[in-house]
Design a protein. Structure first.
Length: 245
């Protein structure tokens, strides 16, 4: 079955990042192999980017810790870069959540999909009336919401740009806050990084990277079972949300 019992729209949380069987598509007509392949690609991309969105939220919390200490001691760790990065993180999170909702509307049979003009993507479409199916081969009076695969790919590329800038800021923080290992700012920065909250976020970042790598990618630092630490918080992202929430 589709939608309400599987994937990032599921009521329960289990091994949806590594599907053990193909989704059966409820449709007005049978989907052809190319369409099914595109749908699998879209579902995999969704799983990856939703996890990456959670990763960005953890990275944001880490940057706040560094920024607070840097401001206290008047140390520049790239304030101009952080000023540009924060709104990019917020926009990424909002756009990811909106596309997740639209994708879940397809799983819930409220929206549909059809192959794009060039046959390399699936358009999410909103019908003018009740539909009750995912595949809409002839869609009249519909609104195209998004080219789902291209949009997920764009968001994943954006997340990589965010992570690159995040890594640069933390590298600069390590360099400048501890340019003098005996300075009070270095002592406070070292203490902050060994604190429970910072270590927990860092561990969760590793865990999410491991999970992402298991959904088809190489983003991992090798914690393996560490993803179990992320499950309670990731559940909140996977639960379905009411319209307008």
């Amino acid at each position: 079955m589709t939608g309400r019992r599987r994937g990032p729209c599921a009521v329960g949380f289990g091994a949806e990042t590594i599907p053990k069987f193909k989704t059966v598509i409820h449709a007005e007509r049978g989907a052809n192999p190319i369409e099914l392949s595109l749908w699998d690609k879209a579902e995999t991309s969704k799983n990856r980017v939703v996890l990456l969105s959670y990763l960005v939220s953890l990275q944001y919390q880490q940057i706040l810790v560094a920024a607070k200490i840097a401001k206290k001691y008047g140390v520049d760790i790239g304030a101009d870069q952080m000023a540009k990065l924060e709104p990019k993180m917020m926009t990424f999170a909002a756009e990811t959540d909106q596309l997740r909702k639209d994708h879940c509307e397809v799983n819930g049979l409220n929206y549909g999909v059809r192959m794009s003009t060039y046959g390399d993507d699936l358009d999410i479409i909103e019908p003018s009336g009740d539909m009750g199916a995912i595949w809409i081969p002839i869609a009249i009076g519909v609104v195209v919401i998004a080219g789902i695969i291209a949009r997920w790919a764009y968001l994943e590329k954006t997340q990589q740009e965010i992570s690159d800038k995040y890594n640069g800021i933390l590298h600069l923080a390590n360099q400048r806050l501890c340019s003098d290992p005996n300075s009070p700012e270095c002592a406070e920065w070292t203490t902050a990084k060994s604190s429970a909250a910072y270590q927990k976020n860092d561990t969760l970042i590793d865990s999410v990277k491991t999970a992402v790598s298991r959904v088809g990618g190489a983003v991992s630092r090798g914690l393996g079972a560490g993803i179990m630490l992320a499950i309670p918080l990731l559940m909140m992202m996977y639960l379905p949300r009411k319209k307008g929430s």
